[in-house]
Design a protein. Structure first.
Length: 310
């Protein structure tokens, strides 16, 4: 059944300046509204590598919710376990500067509580035959517990990402049950109560290796924007993956694409360094396009021996 992705759906409202961006000032520009959310993006990115992920989520019981399902269906994402409920989708409002970076953002989270019952009622159908689980860690605590219980029961690896570290920090103890956790440099600083923004990759790699060992986290990857990413396992393995050099249009979704690529690699037999390299390639393909989605790839382009089933 491929990789199962579990998380929330958002509607992204994004504003771009038409001339030099003035913080705190009035800026003429263009506004776009697109389907978003970390997990929704990850599911679509995995599908664009011609793999067939299953997305477990909620959408609004409106035409907008059906639009999300229809688009994922076109990308050949399995939408069987998406439920239409009231207030099933969140909203993310963001303003970008001239470098394509977010300067301000406000998000309204959806009510994801119905996911817990959905997972329990469909446990065997979701977990029994999947290849791995990609989890948005800042869901409701009971939802995360349900996922971890089911994954353990069926012997599935769980890879985790976040959309809101302040919420995810309340779930620190879950990280010891996660096969690999991916976040960015600022989020890692929040997690370990420190400031890492000034660290270069080599120093960040050493710090991360010490932290995962002391916190007994099996594996972590920390993205560092244009400086690439660093990774470390509790067993001492660690390293640096340089970023790909591309012209940046919009950085939205780059972290999601990196996570998707890393999960793909780890799920289908690649080591941690090679998996992060796949993540880096997918992230680079996203930030140099206006659509913020991965272009189509074939698994063989990443050295993956995966049978694609239509």
């Amino acid at each position: 059944m491929g990789i199962v992705v579990i998380g929330a759906v958002f509607v992204d409202i994004k504003g771009y300046p038409l001339s030099t961006y003035i913080p705190g000032g009035r800026n003429a520009g263009r506004v776009e509204q697109v389907h978003g959310g970390v997990s929704r993006n990850v599911a679509e990115d995995i599908a664009n590598v011609e793999l067939r992920p299953t997305f477990v989520s909620l959408v609004d019981d409106t035409g907008s919710g059906q639009d999300v399902i229809d688009k994922l269906d076109k990308h050949k994402v399995n939408t069987r376990f998406i439920r239409r409920v009231h207030d099933g989708m969140g909203t993310w409002l963001a303003v970008f500067d001239n470098d394509g970076d977010v300067t301000a953002a406000i998000s309204k989270r959806p009510d994801t509580r119905p996911l817990t019952a959905l997972l329990a009622e469909n446990e065997e159908g979701i977990f029994a035959d999947c290849d791995s689980v990609a989890l948005e860690l800042d869901l409701e605590k009971e939802t995360v517990k349900q996922v971890l219980r089911s994954a353990k029961k069926y012997g599935k690896r769980v890879y985790a990402v976040i959309s809101n570290m302040s919420i995810a920090m309340e779930r620190r103890d879950f990280l010891q049950q996660i096969d690999c956790f991916v976040c960015n440099q600022q989020e890692a600083g929040m997690l370990f109560s420190d400031d890492y923004d000034h660290l270069a990759p080599a120093a960040m790699c050493r710090v991360l290796a010490d932290n995962v060992r002391s916190a007994r986290i099996p594996c972590m990857v920390v993205t560092m924007g244009g400086q690439g990413a660093v990774y470390a396992r509790a067993n001492g393995e660690c390293g640096i993956v340089p970023a790909k050099k591309v012209d940046v249009i919009d950085t939205t979704g780059a972290g999601d694409a990196f996570f998707a690529g890393t999960v793909i690699g780890l799920t289908y037999g690649k080591g941690l360094a090679d998996s992060c390299e796949i993540g880096s390639r997918l992230a680079a393909s996203v930030i140099c396009t206006a659509e913020n989605v991965c272009p189509r790839f074939r698994p063989q382009e990443f050295g993956l021996d995966v049978e694609v089933v239509d």
